[in-house]
Design a binder for this molecule. Sequence first.
Ligand SMILES: [Zn+2]
Length: 256
Amino acid sequence: MSKKVEGQCRLCLQHGSLTYEHVPPRSSFNKTTRFQSVSFMDIMGLKDPFEEKIKGKIYQGGVGYHSYCLNCNNFLGLEYVNAYKQWSHAGAYAISQAEFDSCSFEVPNILPNEILKHVISMFIAINDINYGKAHPELLEFVKNPDSTELDSKYRIFTYFKKKGQIRYIPFMVTGTLSAGSVVACSEIAFTPYGFVITYDDKKPKPGLVEITRFKEHAPKIPVDIKMNINVFETHLPIPLDYRTKAAIQEGMKNNR
Ligand SMILES: [Zn+2]
């Protein structure tokens, strides 16, 4: 998994060798993750995704993508990974203690600006090269450790992910046209967190906690954060779908 491949770096857009970027970082519980690569259509074609198994290639050594050149990989490691590690370890402790589906969360001494930049770097990593070309504001924000500005068309949300599958959804437009609730978004869920980024979308996202304002925090100045975060389940590879197993099975029964 650590072999180098040639390509265009999704952050600096230079051509060259691309390293394997762990998403989330190895130090955030992603060192030895075993995971299966199956397509969205394979899963959605199943009558019951909880009863039937599909065969996909099994990978181990942590989920990741050949996204960044060595320079950018090192830059992210130096500037943001530790801040994200602290945030993810605090989150893991909080959900291990959570008895309800909402969790009061207090973390001392964290770096919100760096955490948000790392989260956005994960979205850049799971998308292809066209993503950064379509959203240069995201690249600029991540590339500049001092920046506290990001175009307001981008909104980032979080939740605690305790049960269900890992979820890696690149840019996607989801929802029903008839209901007028189409959302352009991407989503990553890997215990303890799920993250959603939306594009040009102003509608509220019930249950999700918005962390877009992390961008306004001064870099390198630790602060104490207190918030209530909901605990959600992620069973299907569908963005913004947090139904329990029972609710999904009930829905499938009604569709037959
Ligand atoms: Zn690069």
